[in-house]
Design a protein around this ligand. Structure first.
Ligand SMILES: Cc1cc2nc3c(=O)[nH]c(=O)nc-3n(C[C@H](O)[C@H](O)[C@H](O)COP(=O)(O)O)c2cc1C
Length: 338
């Protein structure tokens, strides 16, 4: 594990070595993966919606992560979603989070107002993840501790505005006062320097991490991602205003065909949008099926490696980028005019 190179408000808030967050990954971010991320000096989040209707399995995963991290803080990710029964689904998960004294929670997907008091009363640090600066400001007003602003490049649900990182990053840093992470399209140490230069306190990774050795998905899926170029994702579901960036596979193309034909009845899409198809793709490696969250930053995942190697390389590349920037700065620029 690398020594700390960067010190930010996010490293201080979360007690982590490096300003790198590895966001929730449905089905994939389990105790093994999250513990590897934490043990490498970054922050990871066990994704509670990987255990739908099974809060006790979620509890076991939290306990396993505690054992694997030997007391270091780790996080859980709570996708709030818009389904009408979301409160009934998530309440038992929140009970587990509070009872197991998990201290760091990533929330996403919808307004966290209804669950925030419960988490804050339990002493949790809440990082709310949003796809636009305006939502970051609302979350800040609600009293979350930090925000992650993701851009249109992100794998998964991108929000409808889909601004690029290069535009949204500085806007977010100027607007938000609490600690800020930037995510979407990031997968290289140079992105960490860019995120910090834009005024953020951390970068957040998703797609880059799916080939990690500790991710349980089938080797054929990881090999596929490691081979791909930056043209391998597509955005679907704009018909419903729920832009979703996924791997460009047979299921995604079927959805795109329905959208191109003007079909607006969600029942036609329902069989294609089942989460069970994605889980099956991870299990058997048949990545042609399911709407598999993925962003172009997956292109930086060129080989299957342990999480620690990935994080170490990110830090080494970031440190090299800083040195290169310093070398290219004209000495006169540092002098104060008389
Ligand atoms: C396979 C995969 C699954 C994801 N699942 C979730 C999830 O369950 N909850 C969530 O908040 N974000 C989820 N995300 C989004 C990531 O946490 C992160 O915000 C996003 O990947 C960042 O953009 P990037 O993919 O360009 O790195 C997922 C992303 C991927 C690639």
């Amino acid at each position: 594990m690398r020594d700390p190179v960067f010190s930010t408000r996010m490293t201080a808030l979360l007690g982590i070595r490096h300003p790198i967050l590895c966001g929730g990954l449905q089905w994939l971010a389990d105790a093994n993966y999250v513990a590897a991320v934490v043990n490498a000096g970054a922050m990871g989040f066990i994704t509670c919606m990987s255990f739908p209707g099974e809060p006790e399995r979620f509890r076991q995963e939290i306990r396993r992560c505690r054992m694997l991290t030997q007391g270091k803080p780790f996080g859980v990710s709570v996708s709030i979603g818009r389904r009408p029964d979301i409160v009934e689904i998530l309440t038992p998960m929140l009970d587990v989070i509070v009872q197991e004294q998990v201290r760091i929670v990533e929330t996403s997907g919808n307004n966290p107002a209804w669950l925030l008091p419960r988490l804050k009363d339990a002493g949790c640090i809440v990082i709310h993840k949003v796809p636009a600066v305006r939502y970051a400001l609302s979350a800040e007003r609600l009293g979350v501790d930090a925000v992650t602003v993701i851009s249109g490049e992100a794998g998964g649900h991108t929000g409808q505005y889909m601004n690029s990182q290069i535009v949204q990053g500085p806007l977010a840093a100027d607007a938000v006062r609490i600690p800020l992470a930037l995510g979407g399209g990031m997968g290289d140490g140079r992105h960490l320097v860019t995120a910090l230069a834009m005024g953020a306190d951390a970068m957040l990774l998703g797609s880059r991490m799916v080939v990690a050795e500790e991710i349980w998905a089938h080797r054929a899926y990881k090999d596929h991602i490691a081979r791909m170029d930056e043209s391998f994702t597509r955005v679907i579901m704009s018909t419903f205003g729920k832009q979703h960036r996924v791997l460009d596979n047979a299921t995604a193309r079927q959805v795109a065909d329905l959208e191109a034909a003007g079909v607006s009845d969600f029942d036609a899409y329902r069989p294609l949008a089942q989460g069970a198809l994605v889980r099956q793709a991870y299990l058997d490696g048949d990545h042609s099926q399911g709407l598999i969250d993925m962003g172009p930053a997956g292109v930086f995942a060129r080989e299957i490696q342990p999480v620690e190697t990935i994080i170490d390389q990110l830090i080494d590349t970031a440190a090299a980028a800083m040195r290169s920037l310093n070398d290219r700065m004209r000495p006169v620029a540092c002098q104060v005019s008389p």
